[in-house]
Design a protein around this ligand. Structure first.
Ligand SMILES: NC(=O)c1ccc[n+]([C@@H]2O[C@H](COP(=O)([O-])OP(=O)(O)OC[C@H]3O[C@@H](n4cnc5c(N)ncnc54)[C@H](O)[C@@H]3O)[C@@H](O)[C@H]2O)c1
Ligand SMILES: N[C@@H](CCO)C(=O)O
Ligand code: NA
Length: 442
């Protein structure tokens, strides 16, 4: 007969303070209220919001906050001894968010954050501080919003060597691309719609220029490869220069345009780490081509598990709150470890791979004047740079008064395409900036 269970004293509530009550903060309040009982059972103790802080106490957030203590000064959350966990949802790599994070960890409080910019720039210092104070630093919401990809890689796939991680890491861009693709929406209208849904960053240029995806990619790379975060080593190009015709041409070639962040480590080059965010042509039969709207998706390739594919909402109040509260529940259960899956001292310093050396096929689009010799000029620039053309199409009268040339190259290093396009950009017969995108072949 099994021994009768020893009665245990119920654990005290976990006391949480929320800093920044915007789209995400409002979602966290609603989630903790709506699922209170279930969360307490799963966490093994109640999770209580003890205090809130944001810039404007009286702003209408569509949620009643009158029952909670309000602090105008975020620093008061750190000073209070009735708070165990500080949840940072303010945003910004530096400034008040970073001050709060440092103070909270320094005071031995647990820190949960949705702030990928801050983690990408200061994650190592914050992780070191968390280790020194033996307190949790959790950031599930910072990468791919509601998808539990940090947990999956830190825990579920932790036995694997990961060769490559890539995916759709910005909901705003994916939303814009999907709207342009399906409804022929203009870039500006699609961005305004994404902002209205609460997907975009406070400064949406971070979304459309690939900076937000670069933040997330650098965090994933550190986790997947056991390397020190190196945001400065991520090359990023956004989607601002895409025109509707690129989306149509991609479709005609059997592809869809997606903003893809990719990181891979090359053992043949001393473990050099390639990190790149750029719009790519994704074959229509690749799972990433089916990811619509503000959804995100991450592919991680492990040497024993094989290809893992995660998909879900990458932005928005509910999904982001889901990730934050999952982190809080882990803290309530005392289930946490080093922020980057190993102590900071065990992380490698990876050499930076040259993004120009990456070999692949490319899509190239030019708008040119319709006159004798222009095609010869393109062919010459390609030949001189060592780029071999696989296929070629010309379409008359594109917006901008020129003729559209779309071509697909044979495999070659990205730097050869850059050289050919730099030469063509200088031509008087080429209108505007030439555009190129790698064609994903994974
Ligand atoms: N919106 C999303 O879908 C989403 C998804 C994942 C992660 N995030 C991240 O979550 C964080 C918050 O995003 P959000 O969309 O909720 O932003 P938001 O602009 O809606 O909310 C920010 C909140 O912080 C407060 N705040 C800003 N500056 C402050 C200051 N100096 N002092 C005090 N309070 C200040 C604001 O008053 C507001 O309450 C950001 O780091 C963002 O990158 C957002
Ligand atoms: N602005 C971000 C929010 C989620 O991190 C996005 O659009 O993906
Ligand atoms: Na996540």
């Amino acid at each position: 007969m099994s021994p009768s269970p020893t009665p245990t004293t119920p654990r005290p509530p976990l006391r949480v303070a929320l800093a920044g009550i915007g789209v995400v903060g409002g979602g966290v309040v609603r989630l903790l209220e709506a699922n209170r009982e279930l969360i307490a059972r799963r966490a093994g103790r109640p999770i209580e919001i003890v205090a809130l802080s944001a810039r404007d106490r009286h702003k209408d957030r569509g949620v009643d906050l009158s029952a909670y203590r309000w602090e105008d000064d975020m620093g008061a959350l750190v000073a209070a001894d009735d708070i165990d966990v500080v949840v940072e949802m303010v945003g910004g790599a530096d400034g008040p968010a970073l001050t709060l994070a440092r103070q909270a960890l320094g005071a031995g409080k647990a820190l949960v954050t949705a702030n990928k910019a801050m983690i990408a720039h200061h994650g190592i210092d914050l992780a070191r501080l968390a280790e020194e104070k033996d307190t949790p630093l959790k950031y599930e919401a910072a990468v791919a919003g509601g998808i539990p990809v940090i947990k999956a890689i830190r825990e579920g796939a932790s036995a694997n060597e990961i060769a490559r991680v890539y995916g759709i890491l910005n909901g705003t861009c994916n939303y814009i691309l999907t709207l342009m693709e399906r409804e022929g929406a203009s870039f500006a209208d699609a961005l305004a719609a994404a902002q209205a849904e609460g997907y975009a960053e406070a400064d949406p240029t971070f979304d459309v220029d690939g900076v937000d995806a670069a933040h997330k990619l650098s965090i994933l790379a550190a986790l997947c490869f056991g390397t020190r975060l190196d945001i400065g080593a991520v090359a990023a190009t956004g989607i601002r220069d895409l025109i509707a015709a690129d989306i149509r041409e991609a479709e005609a070639l059997g592809h869809r345009v997606r903003l893809i962040g990719m990181a891979e480590r090359d053992p043949a080059k001393g473990g050099a780490l390639y990190q790149h965010v750029q719009p790519c042509l994704v074959p229509a039969d690749h799972p990433l081509a089916y990811v619509p709207g503000a959804l995100n998706a991450v592919v991680a390739e492990g040497n024993f598990v094989g290809r893992l594919f995660f998909e879900g909402a990458g932005a928005g109040a509910g999904p982001t709150a889901s990730a934050i509260v999952a982190d809080i529940i882990d803290i309530a259960r005392d289930e946490y470890g080093p922020a980057f899956a190993m102590p900071v001292s065990a992380l490698d310093e990876a050499p930076v791979a040259d993004p120009g050396a990456r070999v692949g096929k490319h899509y190239v689009r030019l708008i040119v004047e319709d006159r004798i010799g222009v095609l010869a000029e393109i062919a010459t620039a390609m030949r001189d740079a060592g780029v071999s053309i696989e296929s070629f199409i010309q379409r008359g009268d594109e917006a901008g008064g020129g003729v559209l040339i779309a071509l697909v190259t044979h495999e070659g290093p990205a730097r050869a395409i850059h050289a050919a396009l730099a030469a063509l950009a200088a031509s008087d017969h080429v209108v505007g900036e030439p555009m190129h995108m790698p064609i994903l072949a994974l």
